[in-house]
Write a protein that binds this ligand. Structure first.
Ligand SMILES: [Zn+2]
Length: 278
């Protein structure tokens, strides 16, 4: 089982049927992990375990979503990586996407699945309009007591909708997550195009629009991007960053043949990477 599957199996074992029942501290306690809140120096959370008992210490942040994610993350370490002690610097999936440590990613995935199990999260996301809006996702994030970044990333992961989410600063992209059924050949620009709404957000322009249609070339560097349109929504993210939600409304973007010259790579009919072109 993957870390995510293990977390969801635990939620299933508890017979949890609504987000309000996802009491992460009670779930942790049941697994022998006590949660304490204390100031920590240089990290967000720590885990120390002896035999079948562990103590997770969480730095109080005043943000319940962050704290809950940290608890889920440490519970992931406790259930997946027993026998090790951890000092974790981050408590939010959006930050850890930039990190490449395998164990940290596993703990993040565990936390995301534990706090937003597919069986509850997918119907909640779909209960909004056909095209997802940040307003609806914010409501879902509140119901699940998770941060907005964690919720949008999970929304992409559960693959219900043709979306790509990303966070950019004025310098460029910080992280991205795409629904698995979106062909991987669609490459986001590394820096914001000045025609994007997101560009106006991070550059503090007065004329801020937060959603609407865009030519796909505003967002993607593929040659054929000028043939399509996407829906762009943006909202302020962490300080200096903008959170972007792209909805790929043109179904042709999922079918179009690929120009195989880019990066010298070749891709299969479904857009999956199949190795270097000769
Ligand atoms: Zn960790």
């Amino acid at each position: 089982m993957t870390p995510g599957e293990r977390a969801e199996a635990l939620v299933f074992d508890f017979g949890i049927s609504s987000p309000s029942e996802l009491d992460v501290e009670a779930i942790a306690y049941d697994a022998g992990m006590e949660v304490r809140y204390e100031e920590l120096d240089g990290c967000e959370a720590t885990l120390v375990g002896v035999r079948n008992q562990a103590i997770a210490t969480i730095r109080p942040s005043g943000n319940r979503g962050r704290e809950r994610f940290s608890i889920g993350h440490e519970l992931g370490h406790w259930n997946l990586h027993r026998g090790k002690a951890f000092r974790c610097r981050v408590d939010d999936l959006s930050e850890n996407l930039a990190s490449d440590t395998r164990l940290e990613k596993e703990a993040d995935s565990y936390a995301a699945h534990l706090l937003m199990p597919r069986s509850l999260f997918d119907p909640a996301i779909r209960s909004g309009a056909k095209v997802p809006t940040f307003k609806h996702i914010e409501e879902v994030a509140q119901a699940f007591e998770v941060s907005m970044a964690a919720a949008v990333i999970r929304m992409a992961e559960v693959d219900s909708l043709p979306v790509i989410v990303a966070s950019y600063s004025a310098k460029g992209i910080r992280w991205r997550a795409a629904a698995p059924h979106v062909p991987r050949r669609w490459r986001l620009h590394q820096t914001l195009d000045d025609d994007s709404f997101a560009y106006d957000f991070v550059n503090g322009s007065k004329d801020q629009r937060c959603s609407g249609k865009q030519p796909a070339e505003v967002w993607f560097s593929n040659d054929e991007a000028d043939k399509y349109e996407v829906l762009e929504q943006c909202m302020p993210g962490r300080p200096g960053e903008v959170l972007v939600l792209l909805y790929l409304k043109d179904t042709e973007m999922f079918e179009a043949p690929f120009e195989s010259s880019a990066f010298g790579r070749s891709y299969g009919a479904k857009g999956g990477y199949v190795g270097r072109a000769r």
